[in-house]
Each structure stands twice: as structure tokens, then as C-alpha cells.
Ligand binder design. Structure first.
Ligand SMILES: [Fe+2]
Length: 248
């Protein structure tokens, strides 16, 4: 269980509960062998620059930033794939909505291919799909965006490992020190339970919190499915975060 030091009033930070995280060196997820620290971790004191900001105005968001179906369109066509809405609420460690915060997301296309110069998967690029977007949470902490369902893709981890369909997320809390990265999976996908990255998480409940739920009540009829993915920044109900930038 987390220790909860009193850092201040609004925006106080709770220590991360590391028992909730996968071990830094997880043999099934091979690249962790090189990333894992070899020395004991040191705790650094937090200064005002970590404990304050950032603040985001809605003015930084362009109208199509939360529409991945259209925000990279080259010829006016929409992205190819199963259309869907992803939405949810960002909550802090005390279950308060985190309003006005920046949520960023990036994903592979419907064939499982990223638009990235180091991407080597054989699946075709969709010329009208960029694969990234952003949104600002509203007064109740909700974000939403429209996209297509990403495809699963193979990755060079073992002989034949595949990532389940997923979307990468970055979210800020009340302070810079709360910027966190995670991945969202899809309800009912059996590949989650064969994924070396998801299986690196020791607690099944922590994996379950990374799975978006199909929400038939918020579909757009004859257009898009809906998935709900709530994000809890810290505390005992925290979403599990990787705390690193690059995706796999
Ligand atoms: Fe990925």
C-alpha cells in the first residue's frame, strides 16, 4: 500500500505504489533487461517546478485534433478501419475529476502499422491515417476522440510475439511530475492474455484497469462503436503507467 506524504494542499503528490507495477526486469519482455536499473533507486525531492502546472487552454487544440479519422486526411477521404469513439474520465488519486488537462494518444492503423520512420511491419500504410491526436478534458474530467480500431502487430521480442490491439496514452495531472504514459486495450481481446508486456504486470486487476469497456449506449448509430477508458492518476485505484515515452 502507498505511503501518503503531505506535500501540500491542491495538487499534492502521493508516492507511486511500485508493488502495482511490473518488475523493472521482466524476462518475458526482453528489452527490459537493458532498461532495468542495476542500482537501488534514489528518491529525489520535489521542487515547485514539479509540484505545479502545467495549465492548458482549449485554444491550443485544433478542431480535428481529437478526430483521427480525419485529422491526417490527404485527399479528403477518411481513414480506413472500424470506426469508434474512445472516451473516459481522468480522475486524480482522490477521485476528483482532472479538468482542463491534456490527453494525448497514438496508435497503429487498422492493419497494425505505425506511421514512423523506424516502422518495419509489412502491413500497408493508410495514406489518410496519421495515428495521433489530443484532447483537453472538460469540466468533469472527460475526454473523447474518434478513431479507427488499431490492428494487432508482431514485434521482435521472441519467436512470434504479437501486441494486442492497443492505443497509447499520455496524460498530465495537476503537476508536471504527474505526466504519465499508459496503454489501453479492448474488452474481450484474447490476445491481451498472450502479450508479454501485459503479462509483465503481476496483478491481473491492474491489467483489467487497462482494458476499455465496450459501451453500446454511447455508440453513434450506423457509424461508430464506443469504448470507455477511465484513467486514475494515482492511489489504490490507479491506472498502471509505464512512465516512459516510447511505445511498443
Ligand atoms: Fe504500440
Amino acid at each position: 500500500m502507498s505511503t501518503i506524504p503531505p506535500y501540500g494542499d491542491e495538487g499534492q503528490l502521493y508516492q507511486r505504489d511500485r508493488a502495482w507495477h511490473p518488475p523493472a526486469d521482466t524476462p518475458g519482455y526482453k528489452s527490459t533487461a537493458l532498461r532495468a536499473p542495476r542500482q537501488a533507486l534514489l528518491a529525489l525531492g520535489q521542487t515547485k517546478s514539479e509540484l505545479t502546472g502545467p495549465t492548458f487552454g482549449h485554444g491550443i487544440i485544433q478542431p480535428l485534433d481529437n478526430d483521427l479519422i480525419r485529422n491526417f486526411s490527404q485527399d479528403g477521404s477518411e481513414a480506413i478501419g472500424q470506426r469508434m469513439i474512445v472516451y473516459g474520465q481522468v480522475l486524480d488519486e482522490n477521485a476528483r475529476p482532472v479538468r482542463g488537462t491534456l490527453v494525448e494518444f497514438w496508435q497503429a492503423n487498422a492493419g497494425g502499422r505505425y506511421r514512423h520512420k523506424r516502422e518495419g511491419y509489412v502491413a500497408a500504410l493508410d495514406p489518410n491515417f496519421g495515428g495521433c491526436g489530443r484532447a483537453i478534458t472538460d469540466d468533469n474530467g472527460y475526454y473523447h476522440f474518434r478513431t479507427i480500431k488499431p490492428g494487432a502487430y508482431p514485434w521482435p521480442n521472441g519467436g512470434n510475439d504479437w501486441r494486442p490491439a492497443h492505443i497509447h496514452f499520455s496524460v498530465f495531472g495537476h503537476a508536471f511530475a504527474q505526466r504519465l504514459i499508459t496503454q489501453m486495450y479492448f474488452e474481450g481481446d484474447p490476445m491481451i492474455w498472450q502479450d508479454p508486456i501485459a503479462l509483465a504486470i503481476p496483478d491481473r486487476a491492474a491489467v483489467e484497469q487497462l482494458i476499455a469497456r465496450l459501451d453500446r449506449y454511447n455508440t453513434t448509430p450506423m457509424d461508430a462503436l464506443a469504448y470507455r477508458f477511465d484513467i486514475v492518476l494515482r492511489g489504490r485505484r490507479s491506472t498502471l503507467f509505464e512512465n516512459r515515452m516510447e511505445g511498443n
